[in-house]
Structures are given as structure tokens and as C-alpha cells.
Design a protein around this ligand. Structure first.
Ligand SMILES: Nc1ncnc2c1ncn2[C@@H]1O[C@H](COP(=O)(O)OP(=O)(O)OP(=O)(O)O)[C@@H](O)[C@H]1O
Ligand SMILES: [Mg+2]
Length: 351
């Protein structure tokens, strides 16, 4: 029997000028080349792939074709629970799927909620405040510099070099821009000035921690704020003209390596992440790693020059792209007790 795998995704759209949307409005969504690369990787694992765009008709399409399992990379089209939409539908239809469940995805999309949950378990994250209006009083516990971000986005959508603010006037301006442009609250966090790392994990009960990636912010153009902004990810660093932004494995002392891994595993478990996840961290001024945010639907761009963190870490661990994708699928199949349905076991790197 051939394993029928649904592949759910949202495609990046071009923005028409009359829409008046910011240039990063659809940046969270995937390029067709990524969707096709995942489909080919699954096909090389012996699966029959059914591509399903995660639009408003996704429920009908999934109900009709009833795949054995879904490989989900859909970010969802709108709303504070957008990343949970497909997992909720799949749960309702009784179709297994890769990755975290609706609650984890909704919590991790909300950066403030993530901080609250992690702090309840003693995992350090930056001090923060949520602004629903630009004129709310700044919490006296927060000190400049601060970072202003949309509360519910990823891929550095709404994060510009100007998001690092050093005074009240720039803070107000940035908060007001975020609320107006992205139609959601802004989260304002204390700026963590130290080195930045991101950690990919694959698996479940005892997740496998991939080699740590350092984001070398000193490789950004002169004058850029030391943050991994939209410009840094998508404008200054392109596959045609890549910046040497990643160092993987990160060149760090063993003790820090262990501390980061420990925090990553703890965070993964607290938030009930499944199959794959990527956790962003930065050192505070004392040199302690703090969790900036958690990505249970991390980017999976195949081109090494596109600088996608989880595939980069997997490459450093010796995985081909096919092995990465098939290993993620396998982890999900195993959770459901369906691993015998996957035939090409040589592509599974973590049993
Ligand atoms: N509190 C902070 N202190 C220092 N730098 C920060 C802070 N918050 C964000 N940054 C910088 O901004 C970048 C983007 O922030 P963050 O990871 O929260 O956004 P995102 O859009 O969810 O990113 P992703 O592409 O990982 O989904 C970080 O990688 C980091 O460089
Ligand atoms: Mg991030």
C-alpha cells in the first residue's frame, strides 16, 4: 500500500499596489519552490503526495481526499489562531498530521502568551508589555533600548531595523505603526544585547537537538540595528547575494552549548511541541540565554543560500533535505503508531 500524504500550505502572493499592504504582508507564507521541494522529498520517501492549499475550502478538500497523514506547513490565512486552523480541521476529521497541535500553535503565535507560559516554569524570556493603543503608559519595569514587534506574526513580519527603539518618541512611532499597519497589538520587549542563537529540535519524548545556529548580527550592513529584522532576512540577504549570516555549529563554550540545549528541550516539553520546532534565543546583558520566541512551524526552505535556520542545522547534522522531511514525517507516523506505513526507512535519520 502506498502512503498517501496530504501537504497543506499557504502560498506567498504578490501584493497589488491598490491593496495598500506593507511589502512583508504575505512573507509568512511559502514559495511554490518550497512546497514542491517538500512534495519531492516525500515522493522520494515512496509517498503519494496530494497538495492542498490551506484556503477556506481546505476542510472540503481534506474531507474528500482523506489522506493517511498530512504534512502541515500551513500558516493560516487570518486571525489570532491562524496556525491552528488546519490542525483543528484535521483533528475534527480524524486525520493524523505532522507537527504541533492547535493549542501549542496558538500559544506560540502569541509572543506574550509564550512568555507567560515559559515564565511560569522558570524559563527566562525578556520583560515585555503589550500595547493595544500607542498612547498606553510605558511600564516602569521596562528600560530602553526596547524592541517593538507585532504580537502575532513570524518571519520578521513587521520587524524593521527601526524596531529597535532607544527613546520614548521612537517607541510611540513604532508602536503606532505596528498597530495600524498589521491591525493587531504590539509587543514591546527589553532588548537582549548579546549573541543570538536558534535551536532546531526533531522528535517527541526525547527530542533530538540539532547543531545550534548562531545568527552573526555583525555581518549585517553598517548602520543596521543589531536585530534579525525583515530587511536582514529578506532584503539584504538573498539567494542571489547571500550574507554570511549563519554559523553552524555555533562556536561557543561547551557550558553555554549545554545550557542552550537544556533550555530548548525544556521549552519544547513545556509547550507540548511535536515532531519539529525551532527556538530563538538571545543572551541578556549578563550572558544568560533568554527565549525570544518559539516556532513550532519553522521555515523549511531547501536552498542553502536562502538561509532557512532549521534546514541549515539539519545539513550541519548531516541530513539531506529528503532525510529531513522524511524524518519529520516519520516522527509523526511513529506518534500515531503508523510507522510501518513508511517504506523507505533509510531516509529516516532519527529512529
Ligand atoms: N527582545 C529582543 N531582544 C533582542 N533582539 C530581539 C528581541 N526580540 C526580537 N529580537 C530580534 O528580532 C528578530 C526577530 O524577532 P522574533 O524572532 O521575535 O520575530 P519572528 O517574526 O517571530 O521571527 P521568525 O522568523 O523566527 O518567525 C530576532 O531574531 C532578534 O534578532
Ligand atoms: Mg524568530
Amino acid at each position: 500500500m502506498v502512503l498517501r500524504v496530504g501537504l497543506t500550505y499557504n502560498l506567498r502572493k504578490k501584493i497589488a499596489e491598490h491593496e495598500g499592504l506593507p511589502e512583508d504582508y504575505y512573507i509568512e507564507f511559502d514559495d511554490e519552490s518550497t512546497v514542491n521541494a517538500i512534495a519531492s522529498a516525500l515522493a522520494s520517501g515512496g509517498c503519494r503526495v496530494i497538495k492542498i492549499e490551506a484556503d477556506e475550502n481546505a476542510h472540503t478538500k481534506l474531507r474528500r481526499c482523506k489522506p493517511d497523514i498530512v504534512f502541515n506547513i500551513a500558516e493560516g490565512t487570518r486571525g489570532e489562531s491562524r496556525e491552528s486552523h488546519i490542525p483543528v480541521i484535521l483533528e475534527m476529521l480524524g486525520i493524523p498530521y505532522t507537527g504541533s497541535g492547535p493549542a501549542t500553535l496558538a500559544i506560540c503565535l502569541d509572543k506574550a502568551m509564550t512568555h507567560k507560559v515559559l515564565s511560569a516554569y522558570g524559563v527566562p524570556s525578556p520583560k515585555f508589555q503589550v500595547f493595544k493603543r500607542a498612547d498606553e503608559e510605558l511600564d516602569g519595569n521596562l528600560s530602553f533600548p526596547l524592541v517593538v514587534k507585532p504580537l502575532l506574526e513570524g518571519s520578521s513580519k513587521g520587524i524593521r531595523s527601526s524596531s529597535l527603539v532607544r527613546d520614548e518618541k521612537s517607541l510611540r512611532k513604532q508602536v503606532s505603526w505596528v498597530i495600524k499597519t498589521y491591525r493587531q497589538p504590539a509587543i514591546v520587549e527589553e532588548f537582549m544585547p548579546g549573541r543570538e542563537f536558534t535551536v532546531g529540535l526533531i522528535g517527541n519524548e526525547e527530542p533530538f537537538v540539532l547543531p545550534i545556529v548562531e545568527i552573526q548580527l555583525d555581518k549585517l550592513p553598517n548602520g543596521a540595528s543589531p536585530i534579525y529584522s525583515y530587511e536582514a532576512k529578506w532584503v539584504w540577504d538573498t539567494p542571489e547575494k547571500p550574507l554570511d549570516i549563519f554559523k553552524c555549529p555555533a562556536d561557543i563554550p561547551l557550558e553555554l552549548d549545554e545550557e542552550i540545549r537544556e533550555i530548548a528541550i525544556k521549552t519544547f516539553k513545556i509547550l507540548n511541541c511535536r515532531d519539529l520546532c525551532r527556538i530563538d534565543m538571545r543572551l541578556d546583558k549578563e550572558g544568560t540565554p533568554r527565549v525570544l520566541e518559539v516556532n513550532p512551524l519553522p521555515g523549511l526552505i531547501p536552498d542553502p543560500n536562502a538561509h532557512s535556520c532549521l534546514p541549515e542545522a539539519a545539513r550541519a547534522a548531516g541530513f539531506t533535505y529528503e532525510e529531513l522531511i522524511c524524518t519529520i514525517l516519520w516522527q509523526a507516523l511513529k506518534r500515531y503508531g503508523l510507522q510501518n506505513l513508511f517504506k523507505n526507512k533509510h531516509l529516516v535519520k532519527i529512529p
